[in-house]
Design a protein around this ligand. Sequence first.
Ligand code: XMP
Length: 524
Amino acid sequence: MSAPTSPIVEAAPRGILIVDLGTQYAQLIARRVREARVWCEIAPPHRALERAKDMDLAGIILSGGPASVYAEDAPEVPVELLELGVPVLGICYGLQWMCQTLGGQVNPADSREFGRASIRIENPTGVLDSIDGHTVVWMSHGDQVASIPTGFEVYASTETCPFAVIGDPARNFWGLQFHPEVTHSVRGREVIENFLVRVCAAPADWRPGSIVDREVRAVREQVGEDGEVVLGLSGGVDSSVAAVILQHAIGDRLHCVFVDNGLLRHGEREAVETLFGGHFHMDLTVVDARKEFLDALAGVSDPETKRKVIGKVFVDVFKREATRFENANFLGQGTLYPDVIESIAAHGGSTAVIKSHHNVGGLPEDLEMDLVEPLRELFKDEVREIGRHLGLGSPVVDRQPFPGPGLAVRILGEITEERCELLRRADHITTSEIEKAGEDKGLWQYFAVLLPTKSVGVMGDQRTYEDACCLRVVSSEDAMTADWAYLPQELLARISNRIINEVRGINRVVLDITSKPPGTIEWE
Ligand code: XMP
């Protein structure tokens, strides 16, 4: 397979370069910028200058980071970024690096500030335009600026941080000691918007319609007059939006393949058939590979082995189906921007592998097809917005995440067709009752898990000895952390009653009250 090159052949819109100096918030900064309808990209410092020169650059944001500017392993920012004639906003480490580089002084703070602080605004102009008085911000720093470079003035301060916001309006360099990107900084969005709109005069025209037009043009350019694309459609939001964009671009030269692996939720296959085959009139092939997957999973209980088996069978099935389209020389994928950003791992080393999430749906290495990735430059929120714009309804666009290995990682122990069916029915009762009660709003995921435990019960004076299932209901922002969510007691009672009455084979329902960490969202 050829290297995944960016499908975007036309120049990127005028926008902002975010230099990731090791912060955990680089993507959050980018989301804030995109929410303000301004285009942006993220680059690590060693690629920043090259990207800055390639882009139609309106301004630069230097992110925060865990290092001290004096530390040996401090990220090295190319000083030429300050010589490009565009406005620069330094956040936390970015501010400190700018000060140190331009002749100011940075020291360990006498009083470190972590968390909430109130800044007093002394000059409500520039990035603080129209922000008066005091405002609550979120601080997180051990070092702080002790003296500012020539040309800079103080715009805001706190009791312990005299240089909370500084600026040099002549050169258009600005620095914030606090984090405007986090929601705890009450007027943070306005500060970012001031930088984008007032300071950089960046065009705020990144809207769903323009994004779709741009991606459609890019796909047409890449695929050409007669190229054909095969896309693995899962029914999830990413592959669904990718499919609709591709259809807009190349019509029936798009071939969608949906693999029924026998590990789907209630009604999932039918919903995909109705929406994409029916409503959108796509060329959709539904592959019934249930037996192939279940045969390969027979006797497998270990979660990571399950993932590997499913990943391998998926590749085999998909490859077999994809190669049937003899004229298809492109493979469509719903890859998102967060998957392609090259960023500095926040604290140096790589993160431990807890679960190998990305092994499922991995691509056949030897498929000789070029990748077409119309979502490669987009964040999930943007993909949802575009999905709505393209007429994909809420059941697709707002669908809760569902893992690639499907019900396999929610059936603890061995997977059989019967156990899949038990869980499918219990899960359907759980999700439909939660949705009917309107309690799904604000939840990240809600589902049932089939446990590898039988327990004794009594039904109609008869002893039962059947399976137990568990309800897993969590709220989360990004799945990195999650809280178990509290559902009304009557709703829990209704779900429990219905599962036990309607799903023969389950006689006990329990509730998972573990947050993440220490738990994970899925049980396997
Ligand atoms: P955990 O269980 O690690 O899950 O807290 C975090 C998020 O990832 C989803 N998840 C997966 N997605 N393949 C996927 O595509 C997987 O193997 C997988 N395991 C977990 C999970 O549903 C949650 O949204």
